[in-house]
Design a binder for this molecule. Structure first.
Ligand SMILES: Nc1ncnc2c1ncn2[C@@H]1O[C@H](COP(=O)(O)OP(=O)(O)OP(=O)(O)O)[C@@H](O)[C@H]1O
Ligand SMILES: [Mg+2]
Length: 712
């Protein structure tokens, strides 16, 4: 988690913006049910009438209404209205009408009440009484004495609904004035609808913006992480590599980073959204105390389902990630070795290996998906059950007029929001550990300490050539039980060619790897120009060494890019490297010359060609030491010979030190010094002729390769 926060830090402002946007989005989403509730209640039930005080009343109706008032109120009301005679044109609430009867219109001052008395309280009861009388089929216009007692009786217990009854009655009053109630209603619904649309549009815009921001942020962070891993791995020495397998590193920088990216996006969207949404929705829901308890039941069901999930599925997440690693490993090995596998008809064996792991993966994955998939139906069930329950219980409340249909609809929407947010919060509790597995795997790589480091105070190597010296060097591979080198001491002076020979596994490559510090010695020391190689900066050390490894490695690109390898190399040096390494015919054979493409891993050139190109790479820059680890082995004798004599010329000129590892006596017989290795120890040192006389191991090698005449 700390790691994620560290990466999120530079984006603090954007995160803040996302929080603000989320807030706006929640507000817009949660005001919509209110509007819908109003459309249903006021728009549909009350015919779009929002005012309790009628804007226009026929004279006849006014008489009845006034009949329910005392002297005082009557005067107040009469002061608020002005009479208009039949046949006049007028405009009420944007509607043009020709009055069919004498009417009273509410004067403008009362439309936006300021200093005028509030008529609502005064008129409410009279309007309700008139409404109830009409509902009960009484014709009050004929009565001289209004049946107040009887109406009071009927109105008992309905006090909460007086407001809505007044509005309903207004609709009837307006119809009699000559207004089209249809128009009032549709204009109300239309205008509310437009507002809803507007709010929804804002919501959508805000949501799009915050989704975009969070997607962009998480993608950027993922890119940064990938970059950091890449850089870290680049700095790994061989011992760090042995801690992580190649395939694991690939999974970590691919699959795991994608998981983390998803997590960040989830955090920026859902983790912010759900609590804000949930809390706001809960506040809205508490306005309906009658049925809020339903929510608690629904949440209870969800919690139970989540606990089941937690117990069964979560522990499997890490297993899945490990299995992904192994599948990748097997797949990689299979692809690398596909030719050998075919040649040995070993497909069955490989298939079996793959099947085993694949079916284990399948079983685990299926189990996890199954448990996760149960959540979907459970959620649907809970949601639908909740909707039914809300309708059921609200129906009773609506029956006793404690709730309107619109309110019921709004409540069920809020309820769904509450349940959804709650669900998201819990889902996140499971998602997070799953992604944290990936975070931890990434962290492992990033936190790996390099074992081969530059010293704090680096010493500077002199520019001129110096002597390379091994003093009693011993070496053991990290994690290995036995030393592979023991007590190795030799010197290699400027202009000298030192050759190494010995059976396979005798430690020749290991010695070569110690010089550029691909590994550090376990015992003794290696020095160049009198300085321990561990005392100088690795970059400077590497700058002095031209290295051609035993396994020639080419990179995708072209011949030129493989030789130049990102360095600044003048044209003549390049040509010289191509000439000495005998790569001229490789280049001239190709139509595109130096720009001939090289595929990944150099699969489109032969083994010998690969070796020559990697030798060219080592020779392209003037170096003080050249190391050729058994890279003449795939060359034919003729090429080998030409290469060596060209190399000799170069060394005569530059006085560089050359170290050659070889299997063939012919390659090294002219070397200034030959070192014979056996089982990690030096068993002979000297010139070809001396060794032939007094070194047994060398003799054996020589006899197996050269004819008696050649040896003589
Ligand atoms: N990365 C490694 N980790 C552990 N042991 C290693 C590693 N590389 C080599 N070895 C061991 O070190 C010993 C010497 O290996 P090295 O590669 O130096 O031999 P070599 O003389 O170059 O052989 P060849 O002629 O086959 O190239 C071998 O026994 C080998 O098993
Ligand atoms: Mg070797």
């Amino acid at each position: 988690m700390k790691l994620i926060l560290k990466y999120l830090k530079p984006y603090a402002l954007i995160v803040l913006a996302i929080v603000a946007l989320t807030f706006i989005q929640v507000q817009t989403e949660l005001t919509l049910p209110d509007y819908m509730s109003r459309i249903v209640t006021e728009g549909i039930q009350y015919g779009g009438i929002t005012e309790e005080v009628p804007l226009a009343v026929t004279a006849k109706d006014m008489d009845i209404i006034l009949g329910f008032m005392n002297e005082n109120d009557r005067n107040t009301v009469l002061a608020a209205y002005y009479p208009v005679t039949k046949g006049t044109k007028g405009k009420i609430d944007k509607q043009e009408v020709v009055f069919q009867e004498d009417v009273y219109l509410l004067s403008q001052d009362y439309l936006f009440p300021a200093d005028v008395p509030d008529l609502t309280e005064i008129m409410r009861k009279p309007l309700v009484y008139a409404y109830l009388a009409e509902q009960n089929g009484m014709d009050l216009s004929k009565e001289t004495d209004l049946p107040i007692g009887e109406l009071e009786e009927k109105a008992k217990g309905l006090e909460d609904n007086f407001g809505s009854m007044a509005k309903l009655y207004n609709s009837a009053l307006y119809a009699r004035v000559g207004l089209s109630t249809q128009k009032i209603q549709s204009s109300y619904i239309l205008s509310s609808g437009m507002i809803m649309l507007g709010i929804a549009a804002i919501g959508v815009a805000v949501q799009m913006l915050s989704t975009y921001l969070s997607a962009r942020t998480s993608a950027k962070i993922a890119a940064q992480m990938r970059r950091d891993i890449f850089e870290k791995v680049e700095s790994f020495s061989s011992s760090e590599f042995s801690r992580f397998s190649t395939s694991s590193l690939i999974t970590r920088s691919g699959n795991d980073i994608t998981k983390v990216q998803q997590l960040i996006q989830l955090m920026l969207r859902m983790m912010l959204m759900s609590p804000i949404m949930g809390i706001t929705a809960v506040i809205k829901v508490t306005r309906y105390p009658g049925i809020s308890w339903l929510l608690i039941v629904a949440i209870g069901v969800i919690v139970c389902a989540m606990i089941v999930l937690a117990v069964f599925a979560v522990p499997k997440f890490e297993v899945i990630q490990k299995l992904t690693d192994r599948i990748n490993a097997i797949m990689r090995e299979f692809l690398d070795g596909i030719l050998v596998i075919r040649a040995f008809n070993a497909q069955k064996r490989e298939e079996q290996k793959f099947d085993e792991i694949n079916s284990e993966f399948r079983r685990t994955d299926r189990f996890v998906s199954m448990v996760m998939n149960i959540m979907g139906p459970v959620m649907t069930l809970v949601m639908n059950g909740l909707t039914v329950a809300i309708t059921w219980f609200s129906a009773r409340l609506i029956d006793i007029d404690a709730m309107t249909i619109g309110e019921m609809m709004a409540f069920s929407q809020y309820a769904i929001h509450v349940v959804m947010s709650f669900m998201f919060v819990t889902v996140m509790f499971f998602m997070i550990p799953r992604s944290l597995v990936s975070v931890r795997r990434i962290k492992e790589v990033l936190d790996t300490k390099n074992t081969i480091l530059d010293p704090e105070n680096v010493k500077t190597l002199p520019a001129e050539n110096g002597t390379l010296e091994f003093e009693h060097v011993g070496f053991r591979y990290p994690g290995a039980e036995e030393s592979v080198l023991e007590d190795i001491s030799f010197t290699a002076r400027p202009g000298e060619t030192v050759a190494f020979i010995g059976s396979t596994g005798s430690g020749k490559s290991t010695i070569m790897k110690l010089i550029p510090r691909l590994f550090d010695v376990s015992k003794g020391k290696i020095s160049y120009c009198g300085l321990d190689v561990r005392e100088v900066a690795q970059e400077q050390l590497h700058d002095k060494i031209g290295f051609a490894s035993q396994k020639a490695i080419l990179f995708s690109g072209d011949i030129l890019s493989n030789i130049v390898f990102g360095r600044d190399i003048p044209e003549e040096d390049l040509q010289r490297a191509v000439r000495i390494s005998q790569s001229e015919n490789i280049v001239s054979e190709k139509e595109e010359g130096l720009h001939a493409p090289i595929t990944q891993g150099g699969t489109n050139v032969s083994g010998g060609q690969k070796q020559r190109l990697s030798i060219a790479r080592a020779l392209a820059q003037d170096k003080n030491i050249y190391i050729f680890d058994d890279c003449f082995s795939a060359l034919d004798y003729e090429t080998d010979k030409k290469l060596r004599s060209a190399l000799n010329e170069l060394i005569q000129k530059t006085k560089a030190t050359v170290l050659i590892v070889a299997q063939r006596i012919a390659t090294i017989r002219n070397a200034d010094k030959i070192i014979v290795l056996d089982d990690g120890k030096i068993v002979g040192e000297g010139k070809h002729e001396d060794l032939l006389k007094n070194c047994k191991v060398y003799q054996q090698i020589a006899y197996s390769q050269l004819s008696k005449e050649e040896l003589a």
